[in-house]
Design a protein around this ligand. Structure first.
Ligand SMILES: [Cu+2]
Length: 118
């Protein structure tokens, strides 16, 4: 009688092969020289969506999306960046106090406000 012997193989499970999708944290726009506030355009949104600055302060928008956006005051006159390609920036110096709603002419659902305080 012949005995065959099988060696059990041990399967080693390396647990937790969590595929860490390490997305780089979104880097905010560089602060403009001379100070001022910045607004990022990320994922079809203005960040922050509501910004308040004092009259005379500068605001710089930076488009971080792959598609073009605009920064266009709803009143049609206060500011309008025109199309900003990826990496494009637009600077505006706040003037008359008030709340200015602005939007993207290319994606009109993108809206935000800039409040200018005296
Ligand atoms: Cu847009």
């Amino acid at each position: 009688m012949r005995l065959t012997r099988r060696t059990a193989s041990l399967a080693l499970l390396l647990g937790g092969l969590a595929a860490c999708v390490s997305e780089r944290p979104a880097t905010g726009p560089e602060p403009p020289p001379g100070g001022g506030s910045t607004v990022a355009i990320q994922n079809f949104a203005y960040v922050p969506p509501n910004l308040s600055v004092a009259s005379g302060a500068s605001v710089t928008w930076t488009n971080q999306d792959d598609v073009s956006h605009t920064v266009s005051a709803e009143d049609g006159t206060t500011f309008d960046s025109g199309a900003l390609a990826k990496g494009g920036t637009f600077q505006f110096t706040a003037g008359a106090p008030g709340t200015y709603t602005y939007f993207c002419r290319i994606h009109p659902f993108m809206k935000a406000t800039l409040t200018v305080t005296p």
